[in-house]
Ligand binder design. Structure first.
Ligand code: HEM
Length: 469
Protein backbone atom coordinates (compact mmCIF):
# COMPACT_ATOMS: atom_id res chain seq x y z
CA UNK A 1 0.00 0.00 0.00
CA UNK A 2 1.51 3.39 -0.94
CA UNK A 3 2.41 5.64 1.96
CA UNK A 4 1.73 9.33 2.00
CA UNK A 5 4.86 11.41 2.15
CA UNK A 6 5.38 14.52 4.25
CA UNK A 7 4.44 16.58 1.17
CA UNK A 8 0.95 15.17 1.36
CA UNK A 9 0.26 17.53 4.23
CA UNK A 10 1.16 20.58 2.21
CA UNK A 11 -2.33 20.91 0.82
CA UNK A 12 -3.19 23.71 -1.52
CA UNK A 13 -6.62 25.32 -1.70
CA UNK A 14 -7.19 26.58 -5.20
CA UNK A 15 -9.36 29.48 -6.22
CA UNK A 16 -11.15 31.89 -3.94
CA UNK A 17 -11.92 31.69 -0.26
CA UNK A 18 -14.94 29.40 0.17
CA UNK A 19 -18.39 30.91 0.58
CA UNK A 20 -19.54 30.46 4.21
CA UNK A 21 -22.06 27.77 3.29
CA UNK A 22 -25.40 27.02 1.69
CA UNK A 23 -25.07 30.34 -0.15
CA UNK A 24 -25.57 28.58 -3.47
CA UNK A 25 -26.17 24.94 -4.37
CA UNK A 26 -22.87 23.18 -4.84
CA UNK A 27 -23.21 20.33 -7.35
CA UNK A 28 -21.40 17.12 -6.37
CA UNK A 29 -18.26 16.22 -8.31
CA UNK A 30 -19.06 14.30 -11.50
CA UNK A 31 -17.57 10.96 -12.52
CA UNK A 32 -15.49 12.79 -15.14
CA UNK A 33 -14.12 15.25 -12.63
CA UNK A 34 -12.86 12.34 -10.50
CA UNK A 35 -11.59 10.21 -13.39
CA UNK A 36 -7.92 10.94 -12.63
CA UNK A 37 -8.30 9.60 -9.05
CA UNK A 38 -8.20 5.83 -8.36
CA UNK A 39 -11.61 4.25 -7.76
CA UNK A 40 -14.86 3.84 -9.62
CA UNK A 41 -18.64 3.81 -9.52
CA UNK A 42 -19.11 0.12 -8.71
CA UNK A 43 -22.27 -1.70 -9.78
CA UNK A 44 -24.96 0.06 -11.84
CA UNK A 45 -27.47 1.93 -9.63
CA UNK A 46 -26.30 0.44 -6.30
CA UNK A 47 -22.64 1.34 -6.67
CA UNK A 48 -20.75 -0.05 -3.65
CA UNK A 49 -23.68 0.18 -1.25
CA UNK A 50 -24.08 -3.56 -0.61
CA UNK A 51 -20.43 -4.48 0.04
CA UNK A 52 -20.08 -1.37 2.21
CA UNK A 53 -23.12 -2.31 4.27
CA UNK A 54 -22.07 -5.96 4.54
CA UNK A 55 -18.58 -5.24 5.87
CA UNK A 56 -17.73 -1.53 6.24
CA UNK A 57 -14.26 -2.09 7.70
CA UNK A 58 -13.28 -4.82 5.24
CA UNK A 59 -14.63 -2.79 2.32
CA UNK A 60 -12.42 0.21 3.09
CA UNK A 61 -9.41 -2.01 3.78
CA UNK A 62 -9.83 -3.84 0.47
CA UNK A 63 -10.19 -0.56 -1.44
CA UNK A 64 -7.10 0.85 0.25
CA UNK A 65 -5.19 -2.34 -0.55
CA UNK A 66 -6.15 -1.97 -4.19
CA UNK A 67 -5.99 1.80 -4.71
CA UNK A 68 -3.95 3.25 -1.85
CA UNK A 69 -4.95 5.82 0.74
CA UNK A 70 -6.95 7.96 -1.68
CA UNK A 71 -9.78 6.55 -3.77
CA UNK A 72 -13.38 7.25 -4.66
CA UNK A 73 -16.44 5.06 -4.57
CA UNK A 74 -20.22 5.39 -4.79
CA UNK A 75 -22.70 4.33 -2.13
CA UNK A 76 -26.29 5.33 -1.30
CA UNK A 77 -26.37 7.28 -4.56
CA UNK A 78 -23.42 9.55 -3.69
CA UNK A 79 -19.84 9.64 -4.95
CA UNK A 80 -17.29 10.19 -2.21
CA UNK A 81 -13.54 10.41 -2.08
CA UNK A 82 -12.02 8.54 0.86
CA UNK A 83 -8.91 10.18 2.27
CA UNK A 84 -7.31 7.71 4.65
CA UNK A 85 -4.68 8.00 7.37
CA UNK A 86 -3.52 10.60 9.89
CA UNK A 87 -2.30 13.16 7.33
CA UNK A 88 -5.69 13.15 5.64
CA UNK A 89 -7.43 13.39 9.03
CA UNK A 90 -5.31 16.41 9.83
CA UNK A 91 -6.04 18.04 6.50
CA UNK A 92 -9.80 17.62 6.76
CA UNK A 93 -10.38 18.05 10.49
CA UNK A 94 -7.99 20.92 11.08
CA UNK A 95 -9.12 22.51 7.84
CA UNK A 96 -6.78 25.44 8.24
CA UNK A 97 -7.90 26.85 4.88
CA UNK A 98 -11.63 26.45 5.41
CA UNK A 99 -12.08 24.12 2.48
CA UNK A 100 -14.43 21.55 3.98
CA UNK A 101 -18.07 22.00 4.95
CA UNK A 102 -19.21 19.79 7.80
CA UNK A 103 -22.80 20.96 7.26
CA UNK A 104 -22.96 19.79 3.66
CA UNK A 105 -21.19 16.55 4.58
CA UNK A 106 -23.58 15.60 7.37
CA UNK A 107 -26.69 17.11 5.80
CA UNK A 108 -27.32 14.02 3.66
CA UNK A 109 -27.50 11.83 6.79
CA UNK A 110 -28.79 14.15 9.51
CA UNK A 111 -30.23 17.18 7.76
CA UNK A 112 -33.88 16.19 7.81
CA UNK A 113 -34.13 15.27 11.47
CA UNK A 114 -31.35 17.31 13.05
CA UNK A 115 -31.15 20.50 10.97
CA UNK A 116 -28.88 23.24 12.27
CA UNK A 117 -27.38 21.09 15.00
CA UNK A 118 -23.86 22.32 15.79
CA UNK A 119 -22.16 19.80 13.51
CA UNK A 120 -24.35 20.98 10.61
CA UNK A 121 -23.15 24.57 10.85
CA UNK A 122 -19.96 25.91 9.31
CA UNK A 123 -17.18 28.41 9.62
CA UNK A 124 -18.05 31.79 11.27
CA UNK A 125 -21.63 30.87 12.05
CA UNK A 126 -20.49 27.60 13.60
CA UNK A 127 -17.90 29.41 15.73
CA UNK A 128 -20.53 31.76 17.17
CA UNK A 129 -22.92 28.92 18.01
CA UNK A 130 -20.18 26.78 19.48
CA UNK A 131 -19.10 29.63 21.74
CA UNK A 132 -22.68 30.17 22.92
CA UNK A 133 -23.11 26.45 23.67
CA UNK A 134 -19.80 26.10 25.46
CA UNK A 135 -21.19 27.59 28.70
CA UNK A 136 -23.12 24.37 29.20
CA UNK A 137 -19.85 22.38 29.25
CA UNK A 138 -17.91 24.43 31.77
CA UNK A 139 -16.82 23.02 35.09
CA UNK A 140 -19.83 24.27 37.15
CA UNK A 141 -22.51 22.71 34.95
CA UNK A 142 -20.42 19.55 34.52
CA UNK A 143 -20.44 19.05 38.29
CA UNK A 144 -24.23 19.19 38.29
CA UNK A 145 -24.45 16.70 35.42
CA UNK A 146 -22.16 14.34 37.32
CA UNK A 147 -24.46 14.46 40.33
CA UNK A 148 -27.37 13.40 38.09
CA UNK A 149 -25.24 10.75 36.35
CA UNK A 150 -24.10 9.25 39.66
CA UNK A 151 -27.65 8.88 40.91
CA UNK A 152 -29.12 7.56 37.66
CA UNK A 153 -26.27 5.09 36.94
CA UNK A 154 -26.38 3.63 40.47
CA UNK A 155 -30.17 3.27 40.17
CA UNK A 156 -29.98 1.72 36.71
CA UNK A 157 -27.26 -0.86 37.42
CA UNK A 158 -28.98 -1.91 40.65
CA UNK A 159 -31.78 -3.40 38.52
CA UNK A 160 -29.61 -5.32 36.06
CA UNK A 161 -29.96 -9.12 36.38
CA UNK A 162 -27.12 -10.95 38.14
CA UNK A 163 -25.65 -14.44 37.84
CA UNK A 164 -27.12 -15.42 34.46
CA UNK A 165 -26.44 -14.59 30.84
CA UNK A 166 -27.98 -11.31 29.70
CA UNK A 167 -27.78 -9.13 26.61
CA UNK A 168 -25.74 -6.11 27.58
CA UNK A 169 -26.44 -3.79 24.66
CA UNK A 170 -30.18 -3.27 25.34
CA UNK A 171 -29.41 -2.68 29.04
CA UNK A 172 -26.85 0.04 28.38
CA UNK A 173 -28.97 1.58 25.62
CA UNK A 174 -31.83 2.03 28.07
CA UNK A 175 -29.47 3.36 30.74
CA UNK A 176 -27.82 5.95 28.45
CA UNK A 177 -31.26 7.09 27.38
CA UNK A 178 -32.24 7.58 31.04
CA UNK A 179 -28.95 9.37 31.63
CA UNK A 180 -29.47 11.72 28.71
CA UNK A 181 -32.97 12.42 30.01
CA UNK A 182 -31.83 13.19 33.56
CA UNK A 183 -28.53 15.02 32.94
CA UNK A 184 -29.89 16.89 29.94
CA UNK A 185 -33.41 17.64 31.09
CA UNK A 186 -33.25 17.38 34.89
CA UNK A 187 -33.93 14.43 37.16
CA UNK A 188 -37.23 15.57 38.61
CA UNK A 189 -39.46 15.22 35.54
CA UNK A 190 -40.72 11.69 36.26
CA UNK A 191 -43.57 10.43 34.05
CA UNK A 192 -43.37 13.59 31.91
CA UNK A 193 -40.17 12.17 30.45
CA UNK A 194 -41.67 9.03 28.92
CA UNK A 195 -43.24 10.60 25.79
CA UNK A 196 -40.05 12.67 25.33
CA UNK A 197 -37.96 9.50 25.40
CA UNK A 198 -40.32 7.71 23.02
CA UNK A 199 -40.19 10.59 20.52
CA UNK A 200 -36.40 10.67 20.75
CA UNK A 201 -36.13 6.90 20.17
CA UNK A 202 -38.26 7.29 17.02
CA UNK A 203 -35.82 9.96 15.78
CA UNK A 204 -32.77 7.81 16.54
CA UNK A 205 -34.21 4.90 14.58
CA UNK A 206 -35.06 7.20 11.68
CA UNK A 207 -31.58 8.73 11.57
CA UNK A 208 -30.18 5.44 10.23
CA UNK A 209 -33.25 4.37 8.22
CA UNK A 210 -32.68 3.19 4.65
CA UNK A 211 -35.88 4.86 3.34
CA UNK A 212 -35.18 8.58 3.75
CA UNK A 213 -38.67 9.83 2.80
CA UNK A 214 -41.09 10.34 5.73
CA UNK A 215 -43.86 8.11 4.38
CA UNK A 216 -46.55 7.06 6.89
CA UNK A 217 -45.65 3.82 8.66
CA UNK A 218 -41.92 4.11 7.88
CA UNK A 219 -39.17 4.76 10.40
CA UNK A 220 -38.54 8.15 8.82
CA UNK A 221 -42.25 8.96 9.08
CA UNK A 222 -42.18 8.14 12.81
CA UNK A 223 -38.92 10.06 13.22
CA UNK A 224 -40.34 13.23 11.68
CA UNK A 225 -43.40 12.92 13.94
CA UNK A 226 -41.11 12.39 16.94
CA UNK A 227 -39.20 15.53 16.05
CA UNK A 228 -42.41 17.56 15.94
CA UNK A 229 -43.40 16.22 19.39
CA UNK A 230 -39.99 17.06 20.86
CA UNK A 231 -40.03 20.56 19.37
CA UNK A 232 -43.44 21.15 20.87
CA UNK A 233 -42.34 19.92 24.31
CA UNK A 234 -39.09 21.88 24.38
CA UNK A 235 -40.77 25.01 23.05
CA UNK A 236 -43.28 24.98 25.93
CA UNK A 237 -40.47 24.36 28.41
CA UNK A 238 -38.14 27.22 27.39
CA UNK A 239 -39.96 30.06 29.23
CA UNK A 240 -40.41 27.86 32.30
CA UNK A 241 -36.73 26.93 32.37
CA UNK A 242 -35.69 30.55 31.99
CA UNK A 243 -37.90 31.56 34.86
CA UNK A 244 -37.12 28.85 37.36
CA UNK A 245 -33.41 28.28 36.57
CA UNK A 246 -32.03 24.73 36.88
CA UNK A 247 -28.68 23.08 36.45
CA UNK A 248 -29.50 20.56 33.71
CA UNK A 249 -28.06 21.04 30.23
CA UNK A 250 -31.35 22.20 28.72
CA UNK A 251 -31.77 24.91 31.36
CA UNK A 252 -28.21 26.07 30.67
CA UNK A 253 -28.97 26.34 26.96
CA UNK A 254 -32.15 28.29 27.70
CA UNK A 255 -29.99 30.88 29.49
CA UNK A 256 -27.10 30.79 26.98
CA UNK A 257 -26.34 34.05 25.20
CA UNK A 258 -24.57 35.38 22.12
CA UNK A 259 -21.48 37.55 22.46
CA UNK A 260 -23.67 40.66 22.78
CA UNK A 261 -25.54 39.19 25.75
CA UNK A 262 -28.85 38.47 23.95
CA UNK A 263 -30.48 35.07 24.47
CA UNK A 264 -30.47 32.34 21.83
CA UNK A 265 -33.75 32.09 19.90
CA UNK A 266 -36.17 29.28 20.73
CA UNK A 267 -35.47 27.72 17.32
CA UNK A 268 -31.71 27.66 17.99
CA UNK A 269 -32.18 26.14 21.44
CA UNK A 270 -34.49 23.45 20.05
CA UNK A 271 -32.16 22.49 17.22
CA UNK A 272 -29.12 22.36 19.48
CA UNK A 273 -30.90 20.46 22.20
CA UNK A 274 -32.18 17.75 19.87
CA UNK A 275 -28.78 17.42 18.22
CA UNK A 276 -26.98 17.20 21.58
CA UNK A 277 -29.22 14.32 22.63
CA UNK A 278 -28.37 12.50 19.42
CA UNK A 279 -24.64 13.27 19.68
CA UNK A 280 -24.48 11.92 23.22
CA UNK A 281 -26.76 8.92 23.17
CA UNK A 282 -25.63 6.50 20.47
CA UNK A 283 -21.95 7.34 20.87
CA UNK A 284 -21.98 6.61 24.60
CA UNK A 285 -24.08 3.49 24.14
CA UNK A 286 -21.59 2.19 21.60
CA UNK A 287 -18.41 3.11 23.48
CA UNK A 288 -19.59 1.77 26.85
CA UNK A 289 -20.62 -1.48 25.17
CA UNK A 290 -17.14 -1.75 23.66
CA UNK A 291 -15.55 -1.04 27.04
CA UNK A 292 -17.58 -3.68 28.87
CA UNK A 293 -16.90 -6.22 26.13
CA UNK A 294 -13.15 -5.64 26.30
CA UNK A 295 -13.12 -5.79 30.11
CA UNK A 296 -15.04 -9.06 29.96
CA UNK A 297 -12.63 -10.40 27.35
CA UNK A 298 -9.59 -9.26 29.37
CA UNK A 299 -10.17 -9.96 33.06
CA UNK A 300 -6.65 -8.73 33.83
CA UNK A 301 -7.68 -5.25 32.65
CA UNK A 302 -10.94 -5.49 34.52
CA UNK A 303 -8.91 -6.11 37.66
CA UNK A 304 -6.62 -3.16 36.93
CA UNK A 305 -9.62 -0.86 36.50
CA UNK A 306 -11.16 -2.25 39.72
CA UNK A 307 -7.89 -1.72 41.57
CA UNK A 308 -7.63 1.86 40.40
CA UNK A 309 -11.21 2.68 41.33
CA UNK A 310 -10.85 0.83 44.64
CA UNK A 311 -7.72 2.93 45.29
CA UNK A 312 -9.81 6.10 45.38
CA UNK A 313 -10.59 5.20 48.99
CA UNK A 314 -14.33 5.82 48.68
CA UNK A 315 -17.12 3.63 50.03
CA UNK A 316 -18.81 1.62 47.25
CA UNK A 317 -22.11 3.36 47.94
CA UNK A 318 -20.64 6.86 47.49
CA UNK A 319 -20.96 8.82 44.26
CA UNK A 320 -17.82 9.45 42.19
CA UNK A 321 -16.80 12.98 43.17
CA UNK A 322 -16.12 15.49 40.41
CA UNK A 323 -12.65 16.25 41.84
CA UNK A 324 -11.62 12.59 41.39
CA UNK A 325 -12.63 12.18 37.74
CA UNK A 326 -9.13 13.08 36.56
CA UNK A 327 -7.49 10.60 38.95
CA UNK A 328 -8.32 7.56 36.82
CA UNK A 329 -5.66 7.15 34.10
CA UNK A 330 -6.01 3.35 33.86
CA UNK A 331 -9.78 3.52 33.41
CA UNK A 332 -9.28 6.23 30.82
CA UNK A 333 -6.71 4.12 28.92
CA UNK A 334 -9.05 1.12 28.96
CA UNK A 335 -11.85 3.29 27.54
CA UNK A 336 -9.60 4.89 24.92
CA UNK A 337 -8.41 1.53 23.65
CA UNK A 338 -12.01 0.28 23.43
CA UNK A 339 -12.82 3.32 21.28
CA UNK A 340 -9.74 2.79 19.16
CA UNK A 341 -11.06 -0.63 18.22
CA UNK A 342 -14.63 0.53 17.71
CA UNK A 343 -14.75 4.30 17.18
CA UNK A 344 -18.40 5.37 17.68
CA UNK A 345 -18.13 7.68 14.67
CA UNK A 346 -16.26 5.38 12.26
CA UNK A 347 -16.30 7.76 9.30
CA UNK A 348 -16.67 11.52 9.05
CA UNK A 349 -18.12 13.21 5.95
CA UNK A 350 -17.38 16.64 4.48
CA UNK A 351 -17.96 18.50 1.19
CA UNK A 352 -15.20 20.54 -0.43
CA UNK A 353 -16.33 24.16 -0.86
CA UNK A 354 -13.57 24.98 -3.32
CA UNK A 355 -11.03 23.11 -5.46
CA UNK A 356 -8.09 21.74 -3.50
CA UNK A 357 -5.01 19.62 -3.94
CA UNK A 358 -3.77 16.86 -1.69
CA UNK A 359 -1.04 14.27 -2.16
CA UNK A 360 -0.61 15.23 -5.79
CA UNK A 361 -4.28 14.97 -6.72
CA UNK A 362 -6.58 17.83 -7.60
CA UNK A 363 -10.16 17.66 -6.28
CA UNK A 364 -12.97 19.85 -7.61
CA UNK A 365 -15.29 22.00 -5.48
CA UNK A 366 -18.34 19.93 -4.48
CA UNK A 367 -16.38 16.71 -3.92
CA UNK A 368 -17.84 14.60 -1.12
CA UNK A 369 -14.96 13.66 1.18
CA UNK A 370 -14.80 10.98 3.86
CA UNK A 371 -12.14 10.46 6.45
CA UNK A 372 -12.14 7.22 8.36
CA UNK A 373 -11.20 6.96 12.06
CA UNK A 374 -11.94 3.22 11.93
CA UNK A 375 -9.36 2.62 9.20
CA UNK A 376 -6.77 4.88 10.84
CA UNK A 377 -7.21 3.15 14.20
CA UNK A 378 -6.18 -0.18 12.67
CA UNK A 379 -3.19 0.96 10.58
CA UNK A 380 -0.52 -1.56 11.62
CA UNK A 381 2.33 0.89 11.05
CA UNK A 382 0.80 3.08 13.80
CA UNK A 383 -0.85 0.42 15.96
CA UNK A 384 1.21 -2.80 15.94
CA UNK A 385 -1.06 -5.87 16.19
CA UNK A 386 -4.12 -3.66 15.79
CA UNK A 387 -6.58 -6.45 16.66
CA UNK A 388 -5.06 -6.84 20.13
CA UNK A 389 -6.69 -4.94 23.01
CA UNK A 390 -3.83 -3.15 24.71
CA UNK A 391 -4.64 -0.01 26.73
CA UNK A 392 -0.92 0.63 27.36
CA UNK A 393 -0.88 2.12 23.86
CA UNK A 394 -2.29 5.18 25.59
CA UNK A 395 0.40 5.46 28.23
CA UNK A 396 1.77 9.00 28.16
CA UNK A 397 5.07 8.22 26.45
CA UNK A 398 3.55 6.11 23.66
CA UNK A 399 0.93 8.77 22.94
CA UNK A 400 3.49 11.58 22.77
CA UNK A 401 5.33 10.15 19.80
CA UNK A 402 2.24 9.29 17.74
CA UNK A 403 0.82 11.49 14.98
CA UNK A 404 -1.75 13.85 16.56
CA UNK A 405 -4.41 12.71 14.11
CA UNK A 406 -3.73 8.97 14.39
CA UNK A 407 -6.34 8.67 17.15
CA UNK A 408 -9.51 10.57 16.31
CA UNK A 409 -12.60 9.06 18.01
CA UNK A 410 -13.69 12.61 18.86
CA UNK A 411 -12.63 14.18 15.56
CA UNK A 412 -10.47 17.29 15.80
CA UNK A 413 -10.22 20.94 14.79
CA UNK A 414 -13.19 23.32 14.88
CA UNK A 415 -15.79 20.53 15.07
CA UNK A 416 -14.00 18.41 17.65
CA UNK A 417 -16.57 16.80 19.92
CA UNK A 418 -17.96 19.41 22.30
CA UNK A 419 -19.03 16.65 24.68
CA UNK A 420 -15.60 14.98 24.93
CA UNK A 421 -15.15 15.74 28.65
CA UNK A 422 -18.76 14.80 29.29
CA UNK A 423 -18.12 11.46 27.55
CA UNK A 424 -15.01 10.67 29.62
CA UNK A 425 -16.79 11.74 32.78
CA UNK A 426 -19.77 9.50 32.04
CA UNK A 427 -17.51 6.56 31.14
CA UNK A 428 -15.62 6.89 34.43
CA UNK A 429 -18.77 7.38 36.46
CA UNK A 430 -20.25 4.31 34.81
CA UNK A 431 -17.06 2.29 35.49
CA UNK A 432 -17.11 3.32 39.15
CA UNK A 433 -20.64 2.08 39.79
CA UNK A 434 -20.26 -0.94 37.51
CA UNK A 435 -17.17 -2.44 39.15
CA UNK A 436 -18.54 -1.68 42.60
CA UNK A 437 -21.52 -3.88 41.88
CA UNK A 438 -20.43 -6.60 39.46
CA UNK A 439 -17.69 -8.45 37.62
CA UNK A 440 -18.48 -9.06 33.97
CA UNK A 441 -17.59 -12.24 32.10
CA UNK A 442 -18.23 -13.86 28.72
CA UNK A 443 -18.01 -17.46 27.53
CA UNK A 444 -14.34 -18.27 26.66
CA UNK A 445 -14.97 -19.03 22.96
CA UNK A 446 -17.53 -16.26 22.43
CA UNK A 447 -16.66 -13.82 19.62
CA UNK A 448 -19.66 -11.56 18.94
CA UNK A 449 -19.90 -10.05 15.49
CA UNK A 450 -19.83 -6.24 15.47
CA UNK A 451 -21.61 -4.12 12.92
CA UNK A 452 -19.18 -1.25 12.57
CA UNK A 453 -21.23 1.31 10.67
CA UNK A 454 -22.96 3.74 10.98
CA UNK A 455 -22.33 3.23 14.71
CA UNK A 456 -20.61 0.11 16.04
CA UNK A 457 -22.74 -2.34 17.97
CA UNK A 458 -22.75 -6.11 18.62
CA UNK A 459 -25.26 -7.72 16.25
CA UNK A 460 -26.41 -10.25 18.86
CA UNK A 461 -26.73 -7.70 21.69
CA UNK A 462 -23.57 -9.00 23.49
CA UNK A 463 -24.14 -11.93 25.85
CA UNK A 464 -22.44 -11.34 29.19
CA UNK A 465 -22.83 -12.55 32.75
CA UNK A 466 -22.83 -10.00 35.55
CA UNK A 467 -21.59 -11.65 38.73
CA UNK A 468 -22.32 -9.84 41.99
CA UNK A 469 -19.21 -8.62 43.83
C1 HEM B 1 -17.87 8.45 23.36
C2 HEM B 1 -18.70 9.42 23.10
C3 HEM B 1 -18.59 10.36 21.94
C4 HEM B 1 -17.89 10.26 20.77
C5 HEM B 1 -16.99 9.12 20.33
C6 HEM B 1 -18.16 11.45 20.00
C7 HEM B 1 -17.61 11.71 18.75
C8 HEM B 1 -17.77 12.90 18.07
C9 HEM B 1 -17.15 13.22 16.82
C10 HEM B 1 -16.23 12.31 16.03
C11 HEM B 1 -17.52 14.47 16.48
C12 HEM B 1 -17.03 15.28 15.30
C13 HEM B 1 -17.74 14.93 14.03
C14 HEM B 1 -17.24 15.75 12.87
O1 HEM B 1 -16.17 16.37 12.93
O2 HEM B 1 -17.93 15.77 11.86
C15 HEM B 1 -18.43 14.94 17.51
C16 HEM B 1 -19.04 16.17 17.50
C17 HEM B 1 -19.90 16.58 18.48
N1 HEM B 1 -20.23 15.93 19.64
FE1 HEM B 1 -19.53 14.16 20.22
N2 HEM B 1 -19.01 12.24 20.71
C18 HEM B 1 -19.29 11.62 21.89
C19 HEM B 1 -20.12 12.10 22.91
C20 HEM B 1 -20.71 13.32 22.91
C21 HEM B 1 -21.50 13.83 23.99
C22 HEM B 1 -21.72 13.11 25.31
C23 HEM B 1 -21.96 15.05 23.60
C24 HEM B 1 -22.81 16.03 24.35
C25 HEM B 1 -23.04 15.99 25.63
C26 HEM B 1 -21.44 15.31 22.28
C27 HEM B 1 -21.68 16.45 21.55
C28 HEM B 1 -21.10 16.72 20.33
C29 HEM B 1 -21.34 17.94 19.60
C30 HEM B 1 -22.23 19.09 20.01
C31 HEM B 1 -20.60 17.84 18.43
C32 HEM B 1 -20.52 18.87 17.30
C33 HEM B 1 -19.33 19.77 17.55
C34 HEM B 1 -19.17 20.82 16.49
O3 HEM B 1 -19.62 20.63 15.36
O4 HEM B 1 -18.60 21.85 16.83
N3 HEM B 1 -20.70 14.22 21.89
N4 HEM B 1 -18.55 13.98 18.46
Amino acid sequence: MPKLTEDAVSVQALGQTPTPVYAAPLPPASRRALAHIPGGDGWPILGHTLPLLADPKGFVERRAQRHGLIYWSRAFGYRNVSLLGPEANELVLLDAQRIFSSGLGWDVILGRLFPRGLMLLDFDEHRLHRRALSVAFKSGPMQSYLAELNAAIARGIAHWPRGREVKFYPLIKQLTLDLAATAFLGGELGAELEPVKAAFIAMLAASIAVIRVPLPGTRMGRGVKGRAQLLDYFDRQIPLRRERGGEDLFSHLCRATWDDGSLLSNADILNHMIFLMLAAHDTLTSSLTSLVYRLAQHPEWQEKVCAELGGLGLAASEPLPFERVDDLPVTEMAFKEAMRMAPPVPSIPRRAMCDFEFAGYRFPAGTGVNINPLYTHYMPEIWPEPDRYDPTRFALEASRTRHKFAYVPFGGGAHMCLGLNFAYMQAKCFSWHFVNKVRVSIAPDYRPEWRMWPIPFPRDGLSVTLNPV
